[in-house]
Structures are given as structure tokens and as C-alpha cells.
Design a binder for this molecule. Structure first.
Ligand SMILES: Cc1cc2nc3c(=O)[nH]c(=O)nc-3n(C[C@H](O)[C@H](O)[C@H](O)COP(=O)(O)OP(=O)(O)OC[C@H]3O[C@@H](n4cnc5c(N)ncnc54)[C@H](O)[C@@H]3O)c2cc1C
Length: 455
């Protein structure tokens, strides 16, 4: 009988175990998680009536994976508030609303007239003729112009990857956008043709190069989904927390020995590395040193999350909205702030607001040398300036991710292919984590479901 050991109890590992139970009930499956609680980057703190996300904030409902998993576990889905569709970007030190329709785009002060004309010129820009991977920054400047790059595309890279668009690979980070240029030769032309097609087919499908969909979460935050998975898997004896895996020995194509820190050794037919690339590298360093070295090359910049519980009257701006992102060209000390209590109900107690600021990322790695107090001071200073916060917050929570989100930088696809090729000698040894196949929770869960079906 197949015995599967999943190393890592983040959402990739947990959902894989859940779906293996569904599709392969006869397999013996165990998830080993080194922390005492599972969930990885999906982690919620509940404090004095505030629900504070340390990592994942929500998922888009246009992909069925996370919602399907939640329904399977009986976890009720919480839609975001209507006003959270208002998103802001920092421009010249002030917040400017992101236009979400062509009409609003024409009226918006976000781009100058020449910046807008440059965007309108996009259909006449030839397709990429360079060799190899193109960076997100190069693509955006080439197709949409430097201004649109700075104020539309750069914040998107910050919002999803906390990344540096000059180093991110367009093809690996935004495969759909890359495909639209390949197929239609222009993003605007693609939008028009796809909109016509949707109208013809009366599908009502929203058309866009962006991710689309509405943001959703759960009443008690992402921790509710993690908790439901934990309960289900523990009841079936499939999850063991507080067990760090030190190494894997490859005895045969379908025979492995998993070595744990507590001295335990588990023999199995399949091993799935559902842990970050750096951890996979450490685990494989003796058995497959070449692959281990390749895994070690993935970049994970740090992120700090600073949550403030404030009174709404303590800010001068109207905080009804999603929050704001600060483009790199604005040289702010924070990546942006989410107005969590405006996005989802019940994130703060009655009469309070919750603001969650992210710092660090690929362009501000220096946060790792700053104390929590320094992060709080920076956040306070920036929020004073940007949203008119005029009183010190009454609740402060800091959470750090020393290695937060894997960066799909130039050459990502080749690196992943080289690793997968190396692993083909051991078909029972697999990788399933967010550094392959997409960083969003939706992608992680979808990929885990597909692996469970294929395994
Ligand atoms: C600040 C932040 C905000 C985010 N916001 C969003 C968002 O709003 N929406 C969204 O879709 N995505 C978001 N993401 C991305 C999303 O969180 C992740 O891509 C997803 O949760 C990753 O899950 P995973 O299981 O693949 O990896 P991880 O969550 O990294 O899980 C890996 C697990 O492996 C364990 N592990 C490591 N080494 C070992 C070992 N040797 N032995 C045993 N266990 C080990 C770790 O402890 C961890 O639990 C965010 C990420 C961050 C950091």
C-alpha cells in the first residue's frame, strides 16, 4: 500500500492531505509540520476582539479551489464589503484612487495626459522580440509606458509578491498576461476581442488581464480554514505538528526514509516536499546535493506586518476602501496598508478600525535589521503622513516573516524545470509548495488537488 509523507503543514501540504484522503482513501498519509501549529503563511491572531491576519488576507472567488475546500469542510465564506473595491496608490505623497473602468481612467489624476496617451498607444507596440525571459518592468514599460509601469504595474508586483518588478519574470508571475501578448499581440486588443466573445457567448464573464473576481475570507479569518483542516486531519491521524524533518534518504525509486529531528524515521513510498525551497534544500542536501543546491537559489525577502487598532476618528481620511500600495518610485518606508476592518466585517470590535501595514519585500530587505519598535515607529510616521493618523494606536501587533514570499525572478521557469528533471529519477519524490505553480492560496490549493488526483 502507498504510504505518503508530506513534509510541511502549510496550506499546500494540508490541502494535499485532505484531497488524498478524498481521492485515495486507501493510502496511508501523514503530514509532518515543524511548528506546533499548522497553516504556514496562513496564520490569524485573535486579540481583544481584533482578527489580525499575519499572512494571507483573502482569496479571489473567481477560482473554485479555496472555496471548494472551504465548502467541503463546512466553513462559511465571508464576502468582502462593497467599498473594499476602492483601492489607492500613493502618488506624490498623497493617496489617489485606482480607476477601475476606462471612463474613470480617463478622468483619474493617477497618470498625466501623456501617460494616458502612451497607454492608448499600446495596440501599436510590437510583440516582444527579445530572447529569453522578460522582466515585468521591461514588459510594462515597453507596452504601457514608464508612467503606467510606475503607478499601475509596480504596485501590483508589490501587492502580490512584495517584489522588485525589474527582477520578476513576467512569464512566471503573470502567465495570463504573457499569453495575451503572445496570442493577440496587444493587451488592449485582447480585452476588446475577449469582451466581444463573452458578449457573443452571453457568458457574462468579466474580461481583463488582471486576476478579477471578488475577495473573500472567513468569519474568523484564514485561521478558521486552517483550524477546520487541522481538526479533520488530526481526527484521521494524518497530521503531526512539532516534528521537523531533517533529511530524506532515497532508497529506491519508490522507497524513501524520512528522518525527523525527534529521532523518528519513517519509511514510505512517496515523499512530498510541501515546504519552502530553502527547507527543501536542507532536507535534500545529503541525498540529492545538485537539486538541493538549485532549491537554495530561490529568493525569499522578509516581510514585517504591523497591525494598528485605532479609533476611526483618529485619522483624517475616509478609510472606506481596501487600502493603499506605495510604488517604488515614491520611496516610502512601507509597502502599503490594508484597511482590514473596511474590507471584512468583524475584523475589529465595534467603534474600532484595524489597519495592517506591510514593510520589507525585495526592495527593503533592511527591515530584518530593525527592531519591532522601529517598525512600529516607521509605520506610525508613514500613516501620520499618508492617512492623517493623529494619535498613537491603542493596539499594536507585529509579526515577522524572515522569509516570506518566494520570488519568481528571471529564469524561474528554467530553474523549476531543471529541478523537476532531476527529480524524475525518483518518481515517488515530489515538490508541492508555493515556489512552484503560483504563490496565491488559490493556486496552492488547486495544485495540491491536481497532485492528489495524479498521485
Ligand atoms: C504576508 C503575506 C501575505 C500574503 N497574502 C496573501 C493573500 O492575501 N492571498 C493569497 O492568495 N496569498 C497570500 N500570500 C501567499 C500565501 O500565503 C502562500 O503562498 C501560501 O499560504 C503558501 O502555502 P504553502 O503551504 O505553499 O507554504 P507555507 O505556508 O510556507 O508552508 C510551508 C510549511 O512547511 C513547514 N516546514 C518547513 N520546513 C519544514 C521541515 N523541515 N519539517 C516540517 N515542516 C517544515 C513550515 O513550517 C510551513 O508550515 C501571502 C503571503 C505572505 C507571506
Amino acid at each position: 500500500m502507498a504510504r505518503v509523507v508530506i513534509i510541511g503543514g502549510g496550506m499546500s501540504g494540508l490541502s494535499l492531505a485532505y484531497y488524498l484522503k478524498e481521492f485515495r482513501a486507501d493510502y496511508e498519509v501523514v503530514v509532518l509540520e515543524k511548528e506546533t501549529t499548522p497553516g504556514g503563511k496562513a496564520h490569524t491572531k485573535r486579540l481583544h476582539g481584533f482578527t489580525i491576519e499575519c499572512g494571507v488576507n483573502g482569496v479571489l472567488d473567481n477560482k473554485p479551489s479555496t472555496l471548494g475546500l472551504a465548502r467541503g469542510l463546512g466553513v462559511e465564506i465571508l464576502p468582502s464589503n462593497e467599498n473594499s473595491k476602492r483601492r489607492f496608490v500613493v502618488k506624490d505623497g498623497a493617496l489617489v484612487e485606482l480607476p477601475d473602468t476606462p471612463k474613470k481612467f480617463l478622468k483619474s489624476p493617477l497618470l498625466s495626459i501623456s501617460g494616458k496617451l502612451r497607454v492608448a498607444y499600446e495596440p501599436f507596440v510590437p510583440k516582444y522580440s527579445g530572447k529569453g525571459d522578460e522582466s515585468l518592468a521591461s514588459f510594462a514599460k515597453r507596452r504601457l509606458g514608464p508612467e503606467a509601469y510606475k503607478y499601475l504595474i509596480d504596485p501590483m508586483a508589490t501587492g502580490i509578491y512584495a517584489g522588485d518588478p525589474e527582477r520578476l519574470s513576467l512569464k512566471s508571475c503573470f502567465p495570463r498576461v504573457h499569453e495575451l501578448e503572445e496570442t493577440y499581440g496587444s493587451l488592449i486588443r485582447a480585452m476588446i476581442q475577449l469582451a466581444r466573445q463573452a458578449k457573443r457567448e452571453r457568458s457574462g464573464k468579466k474580461v481583463g488581464a488582471g486576476p478579477g473576481g471578488n475577495l473573500v475570507s472567513f468569519k474568523n479569518g484564514m485561521g478558521e480554514l486552517v483550524g477546520a483542516l487541522e481538526e479533520r486531519l488530526k481526527a484521521q491521524g494524518m497530521l503531526r505538528c512539532g516534528i521537523e524533518v531533517l533529511g530524506v534518504e532515497c532508497l529506491d525509486r519508490y522507497k524513501f526514509k524520512v528522518i525527523c529531528q525527534n529521532g523518528q524515521e519513517i519509511e514510505c513510498s512517496h515523499v512530498v516536499l510541501a515546504c519552502p525551497a530553502k527547507d527543501a534544500s536542507r532536507i535534500l542536501r545529503h541525498a540529492l546535493s545538485d537539486i538541493a543546491q538549485m532549491c537554495n537559489s530561490f529568493d525569499y525577502p522578509p516581510i514585517g506586518v504591523v497591525a494598528f487598532g485605532i479609533r476611526p476618528k483618529d485619522v483624517s481620511l475616509d478609510l472606506r476602501g481596501f487600502g493603499f500600495l506605495a510604488p517604488g518610485c515614491e520611496h516610502r518606508s512601507i509597502l502599503g496598508t490594508l484597511w482590514d476592518s473596511s474590507i471584512f466585517e468583524n475584523r475589529a470590535p465595534e467603534g474600532w478600525a484595524l489597519l495592517r501595514t506591510l514593510l520589507g519585500g525585495a526592495r527593503r530587505r533592511d527591515i530584518k535589521y530593525k527592531s519591532d519598535k522601529e517598525l512600529v515607529d516607521i509605520t506610525y510616521r508613514e500613516l501620520k503622513d499618508l492617512v492623517g493618523l493623529n494619535r498613537a494606536p491603542e493596539l499594536v501587533v507585529v509579526h515577522r516573516w524572515p522569509r516570506a514570499i518566494p520570488q519568481y525572478t528571471l529564469g524561474h521557469e528554467d530553474r523549476v524545470e531543471a529541478i523537476q528533471k532531476g527529480l524524475r529519477q525518483y518518481p515517488g519524490l515530489m515538490i508541492r509548495c508555493n515556489w512552484i505553480g503560483g504563490v496565491s492560496l488559490n493556486d496552492c490549493i488547486q495544485n495540491s488537488k491536481e497532485l492528489a488526483q495524479a498521485l
